[in-house]
Design a protein around this ligand. Structure first.
Ligand code: TA6
Length: 305
């Protein structure tokens, strides 16, 4: 358990005393007052911020960074970080009168467990429960848990438990930013023939033909798809794979030049080195969770060179 009002040095000392794994995992600051797990194993390195339970970096041994983090990302309390894997929950996208993509990406999560398994993978379990602040924006009782497993693959499982007495509905995303050598030489495979809503065209319905390629702003919600995707990062001569369960939509996003300019936490030209391929449950296809029930969504990311 962490507490925002504790001086960061004490908080890091407490985290290290309880959760560090000597030679594999220790805690440091990602920004002023913000604790982060720094993971170094023979298999991979990774960083996971407790604010937002956000994976900020993952790099299997011998491979260039797989996740993209903006050169102008802001590391401050209550601010979303541009890059890595923001967790969007209990809504994905805009909601009038509320912050986009829900509220958990700017909350401080509690660390529940860290483990090192026989294969040398490090696993972190982070959690968040409802409180007065969450009730004020979303009046439901919940326990949300994210398991992050760091190894030659990166595995994330986001589990929603309904701890209340009424069914609730939600949408959600593991809003993953991938690092690519050149967006113009990047294609995303696995969505051929899939219907999508094109946000750039006011959510007009359309259908994918062949792989997704990038020649301008791209913001699409691919519906009714459980398919794995493969990002062909041709410039870096590698393929990034994204397999998933518990997710019926995939979002593909690149802001391109004009939208990038409107985002202060994107450095000029950053759009050329990133693509989001997101593991999602999106409107209008809501997830319903009954009292006492749970729903899990997972992504497994790998790299082939
Ligand atoms: O997933 C794509 C998207 O919803 C885009 O429409 C775009 O706005 C992006 O996410 C980033 O959202 P954010 O709230 O992090 O600026």
């Amino acid at each position: 358990m962490t507490a925002m009002n504790q001086p960061i040095a004490l908080e890091l000392a407490a985290l290290n005393a309880r959760f560090a794994i000597p030679g594999h995992l220790r805690f440091m600051e990602s920004g002023p007052g913000l604790p982060m797990a720094d993971i170094r194993t023979p298999l991979a390195t990774a960083r996971v911020a407790l604010q937002g339970a956000q994976v900020l970096a993952w790099r299997p041994d011998g491979v260039a960074p797989v996740l993209w983090l903006s050169g102008a990302a802001v590391f401050e309390a209550d601010k979303a970080v541009r890059g890595g894997i923001p967790v969007c929950w209990p809504w994905f996208g805009d909601r009038p009168g509320h912050s986009a993509h829900g509220f958990v990406r700017t909350r401080l999560w509690e660390l529940r467990e860290t483990t090192l398994d026989a294969q040398g993978q490090v696993r972190l379990t982070l959690g968040l429960r409802d409180d007065a602040a969450t009730r004020a924006v979303w009046d439901h009782a919940f326990d949300l848990e994210l398991q992050v497993t760091v190894g030659t693959t990166l595995q994330l499982t986001l589990t929603t438990h309904n701890t209340g007495l009424e069914t609730f509905t939600l949408t959600e995303a593991l809003h993953t930013y991938f690092s690519v050598g050149d967006i113009r030489q990047t294609t995303v495979h696995g969505l051929d023939g899939t219907d999508y809503l094109d946000k750039v065209q006011g959510f007009a319905p359309a259908q994918q033909r062949g792989p997704v390629n990038f020649t301008g702003e791209t913001d699409r919600v691919y519906r009714h798809t459980t398919a794995d995707c493969v990002i062909d990062d041709a410039d870096q001569k590698r393929h990034i794979t994204v397999a998933k369960t518990g997710s019926h939509a995939t979002v593909v996003w690149n802001p391109w030049i004009d939208r990038e300019k409107a985002m202060p936490d994107m450095a000029a030209g950053g759009y050329q080195r990133m693509v989001c391929v997101e593991t999602v449950n999106a409107a209008p296809d809501l997830i319903s969770v009954a009292p006492g029930a749970q729903h899990a969504m997972s992504a497994v990311i790998g790299v082939r060179q």
